[in-house]
Design a protein around this ligand. Sequence first.
Ligand code: ADP
Length: 207
Amino acid sequence: MTEGEHDGIPPTSSPAADRQVRLLLIGPPGSGKGTQGKRVAERYGVEHIAAGDLLRHEVETASEIGIRASNFMQQGELVPDDLVFELVMPRVVAAGRANGYVLDGFPRSLGQAEDCRPFFEEHDVAVSLAVLLDAPDDLMPRLLERAQSEGRFDDTPEVIRARLEVFRDEVEPLLDFYRERGLLATVDATGTPDEVWAELQAVLESR
Ligand code: ADP
């Protein structure tokens, strides 16, 4: 099966008819958050909200947010929370009020998870499942390959190294936040996209 050509099953609104997909994908750079996020969106008819893609668009169009975010992204550092929140929050609320969402790369620190939780709860759109795409965090070869095909400005070896380091620093407290609430599942992300997708779907269907 090629990319974008999945199991031929039409989109459904959620795994269980009465339960919305409000999924957060967590994983190191190159673990497949984008690929799997798109599949979830297509399969369940929910919105794929990718913080990095939204930010890169702002940088490329030189918007006010983009101008302020650009240096952080070029260093592989996290963009300040206020900018990310301004960009992502309204989309999460809108998607949560519609069919649901798959969040790719936000929240990605404990601080972001804590700060957005009351706001999401107030709007009744809180994350209902967080999935760690578990992969060794040295995915440099995969990322450099992607850099050539996608031409992302933040996929140079030095920036990738910085992003991996930020991930290592932030991930454990973030995982604990969702684990403590009984919302964390783990999927082995070392296989092919189809293998990872099968495992991820099994997790989603079992909830
Ligand atoms: P990856 O997961 O491969 O590092 P992303 O496309 O998710 O790539 O993120 C790219 C960059 O966008 C990050 O290095 C960071 O600068 C910025 N970014 C993305 N999501 C967030 C977030 N939730 N908070 C702060 N910065 C973010």
